[in-house]
Design a protein around this ligand. Structure first.
Ligand code: CP
Length: 353
């Protein structure tokens, strides 16, 4: 495994010139505010296709290699759905044991081979830095669908898309955002990526709520510091919940702990339910979670009794993942300005909103 430090040099910065075509999307540190806003703009263009009002064949003939070496529901299916909704085909590997990585093949060799089969790769892998290592051997764009506890950049992009949409829904501005992230901030790659992404916007106030052993890593705090954002760190749930625009709950990432016993020490410690929401949160506080939420009784980290709370945004959040991933495919394959040329009306009925 290459050192993460070395791999940073493979991360092409996607900034003001916004040269997305042919590029890998590996890390939030590639994206500045212009690049993020461009992705969100293109995601908005995807609405008619995601809502099944129109169909689009702009990626007719293109192939996505969807390589998932760790469990996933949302990221894997939404990458596949996104590619299909743009007219492309999807080929998948699910789990390490069904791939030749299990026979000792290197990520480099796998990348060289897949570059001849597909036009773009989406990959999830349990080791930090692995997707970037794969990308270093790839001739086609690679999109990081989560590399161990390190990063989950496409989740951060759909999270920020959700935050802007939710603030708009409740008629709040997007400036001066106050967000509390809570749970396993040490191992939760979604909060690492989202924090770094929010840092490129002005005046964000972060509250990180976690037990000391699961605190936000120093390297992420250093990014907040670099951008001069205000940060509060607490292990008190009650302190963390009030005066926020967004509460972002995360799961105890039991798969990242040495033993189940260690994970059990923290399970169920940071629970949010409807009575806690009413007691501690400001009216209209938006509740987010990257999902899956751990709904087993011993965890019950985001209680089912919040399901009817109109500010529980978790399923809208997952829904937006398709739009954002469609935008990334369109951008890296250079078709973002050609969508309307390849659209047709939809003849069949769908219950999509
Ligand atoms: N949010 C997320 O990454 O979900 P999955 O693990 O189901 O893909």
């Amino acid at each position: 495994m290459l050192e993460l430090r070395q791999l940073k040099s493979h991360n092409k910065h996607l900034g003001a010139r916004m040269v997305f075509q042919g590029q890998h999307i590996l890390s939030i540190d590639q994206l500045d505010r212009d690049a993020v806003e461009r992705i969100l703009q293109v995601a908005d263009l995807m609405h008619p296709y995601v809502a099944r009002e129109k169909s689009c064949r702009v990626l007719e003939g293109a192939v996505l290699a969807n390589m998932f070496f760790e469990p996933s529901t949302r990221t894997r299916i939404s990458f596949g759905t996104a590619f299909n909704l743009l007219g492309g085909h999807v080929r998948e590997t699910v789990g390490m044991s069904t791939s030749s990585l299990a026979k000792g093949e290197s990520l480099y060799d796998t990348a060289q081979v897949l570059s001849t089969y597909a036009d773009v790769v989406a990959m999830r892998h349990p080791q930090a830095g692995s997707v970037a290592e794969f990308a270093a051997g790839s001739k086609i764009p690679v999109i990081n669908g989560g590399d161990g506890p390190n990063e989950h950049p496409t989740q951060a992009l759909l999270d920020i898309y959700t935050i802007f949409n939710e603030l708009n829904r409740i008629h709040k501005g997007t400036e001066n955002l106050r967000i509390a992230m809570m749970g396993d901030l040490k191992n939760g790659r979604t909060v690492h990526s989202l924090t770094q992404l929010l840092c490129v916007f002005p005046n964000v106030e972060f509250t990180f709520v976690a037990p000391n052993a699961l605190a936000m890593p120093e390297k992420v705090l250093a990014v907040c510091d670099k951008y001069n954002h205000r940060v509060t760190i607490t292990d008190s749930l009650d302190d963390g919940l009030h005066s926020q625009d967004v509460i972002y709950q995360t799961r105890i990432q039991e798969e990242r702990f040495e033993t189940q016993r260690e994970a059990d020490l923290y399970r169920g410690k940071y629970r949010l339910n409807q009575s806690g929401y009413e007691k501690f949160c400001d009216p209209n506080t938006i509740i987010m979670h990257p999902l899956p939420r751990d709904s087993r009784p011993e965890a019950n980290e985001l209680s089912d009794d919040m399901n009817d709370n109109p500010n529980l945004a978790i399923f809208r959040q997952a829904y937006f993942g398709v739009k954002v991933r469609m935008a990334l495919f369109a951008l890296v394959l250079g078709v973002e300005d050609k969508l309307s040329q390849f659209e047709t009306p939809v003849a069949w009925h769908s219950n999509k909103i």
